[in-house]
Design a protein around this ligand. Sequence first.
Ligand code: FUC
Ligand code: CA
Length: 843
Amino acid sequence: MIVSIISLTVFASTAISIVDVVFSSETIAVGDSAPMVLTYKKPASKTIMTQVGESSGRGLGADFNLFQQASLPIGSGDLGGSIFGEIANERIIINEKTLWSGGVSQDENIDNGGNLLGKDANGKLQSDYYYDIRQALLDGDKKLTKSLFKQMRGDTSSKGAYQCFGNVYLNFGHKNVKNYNRNLNIDNAIASVSYNYQDTSFGREFLASNPDNVIAIKLTAVGGQKLNFTVNYPSLQGATVLAKDNYIESKGKVADNGLQFYSVLKVDTVDGQVQPYIDSLQVADCNEATIFLSVATDYNDNYPVYRTGETADELATRVVKTVDNAISKGYEAVKTDHIADYKALYDRMSVNFGAKQPKITTEQLLYRYPTVFLWKSERLYAEQLLFNYGRYLLISSSRENSKLPANLQGVWNGGNNALWGSDYHVNINLQMNYWPAYNTNLAECVTPLVEYVDKLREPGRVTAKTYTATKEELAANLPNEAYGFIANTECNPFGHTSPGEGKYAKALWSPAAVAWLLQNLYEGYEYGCDIDYLTQIYPIMKEAALYFERTMIVDPASGRLVTAPAYSPEHGPISLGNTYEQSLVWQLLTDTSTAAKTLGVDPDKVNLWQDMLSKLNPIEIGKSGQIKEWYNENYVIDLGKPFHRHTSHLLGLFPCDLMDKNVHPEWIDSVETSLNWRGTKSTGWAMGQRINTWARIGDGNKAYKMIKQLFTSGIYPNFFDAHPPFQIDGNFGYTSGVAEMLMQSNLGYIELLPALPSSWSKGEINGIVARGNFLLSFNWDNASLQNATITSNSGNTCVLRFDGASNFKVLDKDGNAISYLKLSGNQISFETEANKTYQICYI
Ligand code: FUC
Ligand code: CA
């Protein structure tokens, strides 16, 4: 049925015109959701790579490129596996999220979070530079401002990097196999490889279980041949590797910081034999073999030691026990529990635009996407698959019990030299990782982020003090708590919160980053309405606000209360306030005030914050009708200049609530101008961000154009997002963007289909979550809402907005009429009771 004339040498980066046309007028029917499976007919090493990887000249090497483009990820939150599906010698990269270099070293007790304490060679404290820069800015001395800004810096020598644990190799020696398949089924979080060799079907199944904390591999041979293979488990950490009985043990310490790690891999067979040979295991003559492994380190997120305090033996015992438990439980039980655990999260929601599972591979789907050689239902499949993949990746890299949040690559890392150390970048990336969490009903997955931000407080206070303490504050010998807390652009698991150093030092000053992270955290309350949770995060918010109370000043020229120095992410320049920092401070003070009022605390603080809010004046419109990124942006914009991936001045619209289209429609027009100006093609996450912004503008077709661009230049054959290199934020940005196109809830009401593109004129979504703790399912046809079902989990008033709302009525779940109000602006409003379900249908 599919015309297979497109050459697979057409790379996604090749300039192919993006067209809406498909090669048939296929009728789209929305029925059962298609199974969500990434499917390949070749092992990773034979995958045709896109040119948006190695060609970027990042020097990560061919092996990393293979990992980032072609391996298939499984993950339990803290454990990650990347499956290559090689025929002769299967390879699985093994990751553990806490395996980091840097931070606290063996010799010193503390690395001071990268903060440069004390006086430098010029006899100056870092905070002296801060106040000198401010003065230079006030004096309008650009040259001095620049030179001083270069001197305000941190020490990144112990920032470290996320490490790769090692690889499992299973050497079968098979070749010339038939019917090869490699799949990642994201409906049940199982990866598999199968083929026929000689007269036998060989099968491999892979999973990463959160409840059992293991990676499990089940191998089968059905036919005349048996399983005969060698297991190797070489470490990338210089581990001591020992093979004995049926296991391989791998232990040691990360070279620079002494972080202890331990892993054990055990082979379990029903028939056949397992024998150690040097550092490998020889498995012979079985029909079935199961491999279980687990990895752990003695990392603990406790400032300033960051260690559990376990001895090497205690750590080993913990891991051995985990693996032994899995073995005695058996593969089938581990698998059953894994699927149940995964589905409890994943099955909470689904979306269906009428996709059909294609007959072509995922690799072909990607390469044909920008062309006309694709059925419409296949294009929709790619879009649904990438949406669900974002949810899969979040569940697989950030669970309630995870020790750290998802990093720049989630939990997957194919080497020790990933760009930016695969760290926690907080000038957009970590925040973006959690954008889809609440509305796609994965609130639990945010828990490690909440804990991470909480744990940044202690080191972040030192950073606030080091860089911004006044002479008076220092003389008064105040406790660290008196300074508030900040973090700058690049963070690690060891409290690295200082700005950077060297060439890029200036780009790494980003004190509003914590305010942004708290926007994510406060959303948790807006969606979940849980007062206990609000009580938990409020002190963090209040402490972050304290930093701005201390450090903001009134710019005499404008009368605006500003951060000074301010720096717009990654392209500055240094200024007295900028739209990015003012918008985030606006969000923080707004949310913190609301939180204080909700909790009935700190009325004096609320007054102070309200006063500050009234002086922020974050949004100004420029000469070309753009949102100004800098307040001194007094020029007519030059199309394409500056063409930049960051659109930090537009955060007020998304993810923040500052730009309310009902109050300031002119701001929305300006966002559109700015966004058009910054262009369509960009890096992966930047395209992901643009989808969300277009969705908030309410332009579904523009958002969809961004989606097409993302598929064309920002997605690898394994559907990982390409910055390049692989950076997972773009995956999460896409999933969030699709959800925002279908429903929004940040302006005090729930808007259905706010940015529906013409390509999704028919569809349904089940289980999307709106602020106010509502769970919604709805369907549409001809771009118009048909029916909606709403479960109210907290009993709040429900205000719905959608085209044609006045033609709809509200029923309870048994079909009895419920009284509701018709409001202007296509809104209907009704009171709800907690845990009751309501229906919205045509009158
Ligand atoms: C931000 C971005 C870069 C990159 C890095 C990890 O600083 O500006 O593009 O994504 O994070
Ligand atoms: Ca909000």
